[in-house]
Design a protein around this ligand. Structure first.
Ligand SMILES: Cc1ncc(COP(=O)(O)O)c(C=O)c1O
Length: 343
């Protein structure tokens, strides 16, 4: 058996634990605490299993039309992927030459450097306060906004100014935009911005992480490049129908997002009262540092023994923090009680 040297040397992406079982509080991978729209269940019920004989619609025609309508653009500006992770992976192929680099904020979504590794190119991380100076030598910049794992938000004006000065392609990864005060979608639909793609996912605000559907909106030439290199049938037939039902029920999604935002504010305040240093979040998670003398890693382990799964990243600029995805109010109260027992 022969595996290429490059692949042999890769570490690969480390995803959060996916524990299952009764009584578990799973607030470690930013999934939604609430179920998807009942319209999704209806779409599943109506789905004709016999139609699975046939390949799905390769262009996701109906779903792209619905996405285009939502964002007031046309389907040629929309690409649908098997989760937004697939779009990131295709972008690393389509927009980066072998001798070029991929940039992102640091810290940011930890998949980005793994993707650069897989693609065999360098990754360059820039601090949130001076992304342009360090991004100059990159040809693709992945800007998560709100950022993960910090939850901090950068205004569309700052991002627009970055894109105007940036010679490469900018993908604004808006996985968490529905929990933020505003977003950058208008930058992707404005014809004059030739280097901006905005990416969204059904995994967070639409509560469909198990479905694997993400999309991006951008200039037609960039969208056409992604279409050219995708797997022929990258989004399965069931996923297309269910995502379509979800996007048509904006009210359901917005209502869930509202509850999560309220719980996020409550939980942040409660942590602050307990002397945790909390980074103000515009996402469905909170990144916070325990009080002096308490190690984040120890709190992580303590919570795990109580069946509460949170996320701890071991890199130097994140290891003092814990990331809590926002669950229901009751789950967050139980988490606070467990923290109190540690203190
Ligand atoms: C910033 C960011 N982008 C993209 C994704 C992946 O989304 P998807 O489930 O659509 O692949 C995640 C998932 O956690 C994320 O945090």
């Amino acid at each position: 058996m022969r595996i290429t040297k490059h692949i042999k040397s890769l570490k690969g992406y480390i995803h959060g634990d996916q524990p299952s079982g009764r009584g578990i509080i799973k607030i470690n991978t930013n999934e939604n605490a609430y179920p998807p729209s009942p319209k999704c269940a209806e779409a599943l019920k109506k789905f004709d299993v016999n139609s699975l004989r046939l390949y799905p619609n390769a262009e996701c025609t109906k779903l792209r039309m619905a996405i285009a309508k939502l964002h007031k653009t046309t389907p040629e500006h929309v690409f649908v992927g098997n989760g937004s992770d697939e779009i990131l992976s295709l972008s690393a192929k389509a927009f980066v030459e072998d001798n070029e680099s991929i940039g992102s904020l640091d810290p940011s979504y930890s998949l980005y450097n793994t993707l650069a590794d897989i693609r065999g190119v360098n990754w360059k991380g820039s601090p949130e306060d001076k992304p342009l100076s360090l991004a100059k030598d990159t040809s693709l910049f992945l800007w998560t906004n709100p950022n993960a794992p910090t939850g901090s938000f950068t205004s569309p004006e700052v991002i627009r100014a970055f894109a105007a000065a940036y010679p490469g392609i900018l993908i604004v990864d808006e996985a968490y935009a529905d929990f933020a005060p505003t977003n950058c979608m208008h930058l992707a639909t404005a014809n004059k911005n030739k280097n901006i793609i905005v990416m969204r996912t059904f995994s967070k605000s639409y509560s469909l992480a198990g479905m694997r559907v993400g999309y991006c909106v951008g200039p037609t030439e960039l969208i056409a490049a992604l279409m050219k290199i995708k797997d022929s049938y990258n989004v399965d037939a069931i996923a297309q129908e269910v995502a379509l039902a979800a996007i048509k029920d904006q009210r359901w999604m917005e209502n869930n997002a509202k509850k999560i935002i309220e719980t996020r504010e409550y939980f942040s305040e409660e942590l602050s009262k307990r002397k945790w240093e909390v980074i103000p979040s515009s996402a469905n998670f909170v990144f916070a540092k325990p009080p002096k003398g308490i190690k984040a890693e120890d709190v992580f382990e303590h919570l795990k023994t109580r069946n509460i799964f949170v996320r701890h990243f071991k890199t130097p600029n994140t290891r003092r923090y814990i990331r809590f995805s926002i669950g229901t109010r009751s789950e967050m109260n139980k988490t606070l009680s467990a923290i109190d027992k540690y203190n």
